[in-house]
Ligand binder design. Structure first.
Ligand code: DC
Length: 222
């Protein structure tokens, strides 16, 4: 049976998932799951422990509570690993690349399933933002969106986001990174970034954030 107050937003990197997810969560007063943060945390742990051993990483991941809370005023998701605030540590490009590398690993993906499913509380409703929300984590969601956009537009948006948290990256490097991650995320064997059969695909290249939000709200009101 389909669950009405569960909305999944999947898509390629920089297509506008995060912005849409945040604005819908605010508008509908639903909780928000930014699942990319969990994969980024895996990347951060791998870097810190200097290991590629997924069991070791999973053990560390499960050793502390992970808290993710959307801060409306700061317009970002605060992430705590135990008592340590790791919000900014998760945003850099190196960690994102590690996240994409480990996102191919079935042991890591399976470890993260429960972490993600636990975010859904049927009394509150949930916006789940990621790559496999509609296909693997919440197949029962009534509303599934898959966002795409041109690479130039995605790079521009990513540059803006990085600047906002004080990080500088050159455009050609950013475009190369996005291409590598697209390739890895879309073509991996396990949970690739593809639309669910019952997802609606939206090209956001020429849509403003407000325009996209209104389009989605129209659809779910029907
Ligand atoms: O959305 P993001 O850039 O924060 O995600 C970081 C990486 O994690 C991205 O390259 C793909 C991976 N990821 C994934 O495989 N599945 C998810 N549900 C979320 C992110």
């Amino acid at each position: 049976m389909k669950v009405n107050n569960l909305i999944t937003i999947d898509g390629i990197s920089g297509a506008g998932k995060g912005t849409l997810a945040k604005s819908l969560a605010l508008e509908l007063n639903y909780s928000l799951l930014d699942s990319g943060n969990l994969y980024r945390l895996v990347g951060l742990i791998a870097k810190r422990l200097e290991t590629n051993n997924s069991e070791e990483i999973a053990k560390e991941l499960n050793s502390r509570k992970i808290t993710m809370e959307f801060d409306n005023l700061k317009d970002l998701t605060e992430v705590f690993f135990g008592s340590e605030r790791v919000t900014e540590d998760l945003r850099n490009e190196e960690v994102a690349m590690e996240a994409s590398n480990f996102a191919k690993d079935s042991f890591i993906r399976n470890t993260l399933i429960k972490h993600q499913r636990d975010y859904f509380d049927s009394n509150k409703g949930l916006i789940a933002d990621g790559r496999d929300m509609g296909t693997v984590i919440f197949p029962e969601a009534r509303w599934k969106f898959f966002l795409i956009a041109s690479i130039e537009e995605r790079a521009k948006r990513r540059l803006r986001q990085l600047k906002e948290v004080g990080l500088e990256v050159k455009m050609p490097i950013l475009i190369d990174n996005i291409k590598v991650r697209d390739e890895q995320d879309t073509n991996r064997d396990i949970s690739p970034t593809v639309p669910a059969e019952d997802a609606l695909t939206i090209d956001t290249s020429n849509l403003s954030a407000e325009g996209l939000k209104n389009k989605v709200l129209e659809i779910i009101k029907d």
